[in-house]
Structures are given as structure tokens and as C-alpha cells.
Write a protein that binds this ligand. Structure first.
Ligand SMILES: Nc1ncnc2c1ncn2[C@@H]1O[C@H](COP(=O)(O)OP(=O)(O)OP(=O)(O)O)[C@@H](O)[C@H]1O
Ligand SMILES: [Mg+2]
Length: 354
């Protein structure tokens, strides 16, 4: 069910390899998130797919049709692809209604009704229809851009940071509305985002981009739990990376013996835990000692509303080895004062970097 297929897609600018031999397959009706550091080539990739740029090498196929190959590139307006770019890019001299209707056939009798439906879909009040883009807010402009991209019923929707100008609550509600809209219409979508949680929650497939290449592509859960390397691990969330000695299904580390999947060669390796795997228990006379966990001490505690960021120091393991500080997140209801003596246990398996 491959719908969009990219093979060896390459675009070089004078000073930068913006995309470098990208291979990617996107299933029909699915959602893919693309994440990566600034300058890693995400927008370039979107522009190549949309047809605003021609690749230097490689192929783009959509639903069996070649869009670009060997220097031949189908013009953007014939591709049936909707795009919402980073800054919205509305036509400044057109009203909101004219912007939304831009891609619709000019003499379509249902045009006005379609514009109203689209405004409702993106949760915009129709009282805005006669305003110009500079007379509405940044968040409203992004939603007008989304409505404009959806108007001609695109086969593929490209979203380049479409929610970045929205505040947290509006961002979450708009994202949910877009997911529902995509599911209802069966439109295939690619989303570029800087927001890790957004990338993981939006998509069936996540692609991590780094220096013009795709470092790893796969289901969100797999990329989060089993990243191929440290860069991917740290890009998708907080990661606790420890050196360990693997033997069978155990990794001996500064946090004691950790369970690992079978099949890893014995010897030294780097392992990764996500902070939510690390449980902290307060040591007290009543509570007693919890299983085999190592002991530590709370060194920092920072309140951040629902959660708090905590730093726990654990001793270095071997004699004279330096102590290690580990950053953890907790519910702020479970905040602990600096200096509290704790014991640490680990839930689930540590991931071994290959
Ligand atoms: N038109 C251009 N001319 C020359 N270099 C370009 C051009 N567009 C992009 N680049 C370069 O290509 C690289 C990739 O840029 P791109 O805009 O694709 O990155 P990005 O991943 O979208 O970054 P951001 O997260 O900051 O939006 C960068 O080094 C950038 O400077
Ligand atoms: Mg970009």
C-alpha cells in the first residue's frame, strides 16, 4: 500500500546538502512526522515533494505516478498536493474567503458553501471571511492556510510546522481536529514539527532527519524505545544513557542490574533508559528498603506545573568512580525536598545501542 515513494532523493545547494539520498515510503491514508534539528533538510524535502524545487537526483512517485525523475519534474499545481508552509504564506491582498477559495474552480456554484464548511473544519468564525490576512492573528492565519490547502481535496497534505504559532491549548485542539479531519477524509499527510510529543502522537510513522539524511524511520513507539543511536534517542525525548556491561539478559550499570532484550553480545555497551522508567522511592524507617535498587539523594527539584524536574545523584558504582547525576521527571504531587535520601528502581528493559 505504498502511496508516496521517495528513492535516492537528493538536493544540494552551493553550501549545503539539504537532502542526501532520501528513501521513504508512505502508506495511503497514513500520517508521517518528520523531525530533526534546524537546517537538517525538512522543509527542503517538503518543497521537493510539493514541486516547488526539482531534485538533483532521485525519484518521487505518488500513487504510481512519477512526479520527478531524471531532471523532469511535474509542475506543483498538477500534483494534487496541498501544502501549509512554515509561515502560512497567505496572499496578503486577498481576503480570508478568497484565500481559502484560491484552489477551487473559479465558476464552481458550491464555492461559497465549501469555504464555509472549510472554515468550520478549522474552527474559524465566518465573521473573519472579509478580513485580510494582516487583520487576523498568527494562529488564525495558520488555520486559514490549512483550510486553503484542504479546499481542493488534495491527495497528499504537507504540513511544515503548521501549529507553531498556536499556544499550547489551541495547538493540541487544532492538532486533534486535523487528525480527525485526515481520518475522515482519508488524506495522506506528512507533518514537519519541532515538538517531540507532537511528532510521536500525530503519526503512524516517524522519520528523524539529520544532515540531509534519514537517521531512522519507523513506528513512534519503536523510535522512542529503540532508537538506533544517541542522536535519535535525544531528539525524541529525555534519555538517560549509561555505560554498562552486558551479560545475557542483564546489563550491569551504575543503576544496578538492568534487564535487556536477548541477543546482545556480552561486553561493554551503552544502554538507554527513558526517565519515566526510573522510579524513586523515599527511604524512611517505615517504608523500609525496596528490592535491589541503588541508593541516591535528591540534589535539585524544579517546579514546572503538572510535573517537576528532579536531579538525583547516585554513587559511582566502582570504588573511587565519580558520582552520577540523573535528571528525572515526576508528577509535581510527588515532588521531594532537596537532600531527601531515595532508592531507585527501574521498570522495563534498558535499550542497548547496537
Ligand atoms: N534556497 C536555498 N538556497 C541555499 N541553501 C538553502 C536553501 N534552502 C535551504 N538551504 C539550506 O539547506 C539546508 C536545509 O534547509 P531546510 O530549510 O530544509 O532545513 P529545515 O530542516 O527545514 O530547518 P528548520 O527546522 O530551521 O526549518 C540548510 O543548510 C539551509 O541553509
Ligand atoms: Mg524548515
Amino acid at each position: 500500500m505504498s502511496f508516496l515513494v521517495l528513492q535516492g532523493l537528493t538536493k544540494h545547494y552551493a553550501a549545503a546538502r539539504a537532502t542526501d539520498a532520501i528513501d521513504l515510503v508512505v502508506a495511503r491514508g497514513s500520517r508521517t512526522s518528520i523531525v530533526g534539528p534546524s537546517g537538517s533538510g525538512k522543509s527542503t524535502l517538503m518543497r521537493l515533494i510539493a514541486g516547488f524545487e526539482a531534485p538533483d537526483a532521485g525519484t518521487i512517485r505518488l500513487d504510481g505516478t512519477v512526479l520527478a525523475e531524471g531532471g523532469i519534474s511535474m509542475p506543483a499545481h498538477r500534483r494534487g498536493i496541498g501544502i501549509v508552509v512554515q509561515d502560512g504564506a497567505l496572499f496578503p491582498h486577498l481576503s480570508v474567503a478568497e484565500n481559502v477559495a484560491f484552489g477551487l474552480p473559479p465558476r464552481d456554484a458550491g464555492r461559497a458553501a465549501r469555504v464555509r464548511d472549510l472554515m468550520a473544519m478549522v474552527d474559524l468564525d465566518i465573521s473573519l471571511l472579509d478580513r485580510r490576512p494582516d487583520q487576523i492573528s498568527g494562529g488564525q492565519q495558520q488555520r486559514v492556510a490549512l483550510a486553503r490547502a484542504l479546499a481542493p481535496n488534495p491527495r497528499l497534505l504537507l504540513l511544515d510546522e503548521p501549529f507553531s504559532a498556536l499556544d499550547t491549548a489551541l495547538r493540541i485542539s487544532t492538532r486533534k481536529a486535523v487528525i480527525a479531519l485526515l481520518a475522515a477524509t482519508g488524506v495522506t499527510a506528512l507533518l514537519v514539527t519541532h515538538d517531540q510529543a507532537e511528532a510521536l502522537s500525530f503519526a503512524d510513522q516517524v522519520a528523524v532527519m539529520h544532515k540531509g539524511r534519514l537517521a531512522q524511520v519507523g513506528p513512534p513507539h519503536r523510535l522512542y524505545r529503540q532508537p538506533v543511536d544517541r542522536m535519535v534517542a535525544e531528539f525524541l525525548g529525555e534519555a538517560i544513557i549509561l555505560s554498562a556491561v552486558i551479560e545475557g539478559r542483564a546489563a550491569t550499570s551504575i543503576l544496578g542490574p538492568l534487564a535487556v532484550a536477548e541477543g546482545h553480545p556480552s561486553g561493554r555497551a551503552e544502554v538507554m533508559l527513558r526517565p519515566e522508567q526510573v522510579r524513586v522511592h523515599v527511604l524512611s524507617a517505615e517504608a523500609g528498603v525496596h528490592g535491589a535498587g541503588v541508593f541516591g539523594r535528591v540534589m535539585e527539584m524544579e517546579f514546572a506545573g503538572a510535573s517537576c524536574a528532579m536531579v538525583v545523584e547516585v554513587p559511582g558504582g566502582a570504588p573511587a568512580a565519580p558520582a552520577r547525576r540523573i535528571a528525572l521527571q515526576r508528577s509535581s504531587m510527588d515532588a521531594l525536598p532537596v537532600g531527601t535520601q531515595v532508592q531507585i528502581s527501574v521498570a522495563g528493559e534498558a535499550h542497548v545501542f547496537g
